[in-house]
Ligand binder design. Sequence first.
Ligand code: PLP
Length: 401
Amino acid sequence: MGLFNNIPTDPPIEVFHLTELFNQDANPSKVNLGIGVYQDENGRTLTLPVVRSVEQQMAQDLTLTKNYLKGTGLDAFCTACLKLVLGEQSPAIVENRACSIQSLSGTGAIRIGLDFLYRNGFRTAYVSSPTWGNHDSILQTIGFEIRKYRYWSKDKLTLDIDGFIADLEAAPEKSVILLHACAHNPTGCDPSREQWIRISDTCKSRQLFPFFDMAYQGFSSGDLDQDAWAIRYFGHEAKHELFVAQSFAKNFSLYNERIGHLVGVFESRDIIPKFRTQMATIIRRNYSNPPAHGAYIVATILNNPTLYGEWKNNVRAMHERIHSMRQLFYNKLKQLGTPGTWEHIIQQTGMFAYTGLNPRQCQVLIQQHHIYIMSDGRINVCAITQRNADEVAQKFYEVIT
Ligand code: PLP
């Protein structure tokens, strides 16, 4: 009798399962609107030109070794990333109250940040309803009590700011509030600046801890600084202590390099050395130290004004394509006279559109029309191209009518 004969089978992870089904589908007009990966007009996920040129340079650099990095990561990377998130003139940086820890992409940053909070006494965490599915899974694995704050109004197809604030007001002190810094996944709907200020005020008065998840800096507005506005407001103006988990999967198109970082902003600089020792312990017990390739790439780009400028242009170009595909898809749905209002598709930002399709309609799209879509109706807008837009819109029309 084997020791593992009776282990349970876990349910598949929806987004990866969807991609597997898509890969197995032999239909030539199939479209994968599921996974959140940037694609160009030809459906390819290319290495960014600026990344490719840095990699070519790195290949010639004999000083680069495969030696271990320290657990908390590459210093040149962490210092540059901190400025990218908090801004060049950040008071928290000037006063040495902020620090960055390299992580295994955004997911890794969320994990080590939450591990730190749990081992320091935080027990309750709030996530938006809905949110990226992995938030709940990570929180649950660590042992947090998970609560939801209202976010998306199904009826109004927009942000339920009053529900959001009311739920924060009812939260116990020292709750962790997971916030999407920009380009909310899955709804594509972000608070306005006035609404962020209300959220900040409520977090302050209720003594809640803001933990920003920033997986899409640059994808909401096309501008890296604008997309960091909420974080900077919370950190500089409102003087919150806060965390930011940043991913470079999407905006550097470095998905499989697993590169990101965790930012901590504290009231006092005295916390930083203690925070670093704890992060080193957490990392040591999990994976000891992070991979270096992505860190070298990002550090080289962020620390060189010319390359930095090129990268900004690459980010802007990705944003513009997504934006124009949003408009194209909206136009097609309107031209067909598809029942319902579709303005939300062009009002939302970032990589996703939250269409409002129900799970049954999504199932029909997959099974009968070879259009692969998440069961909550979220679509990756850049999977829409000039070539497939007519057909995708037509299939939407058919399942809705
Ligand atoms: N947070 C959100 C909201 C995301 O959508 C994602 C990726 O899809 C991540 C975090 C983390 O991604 P990664 O671990 O690939 O950086």
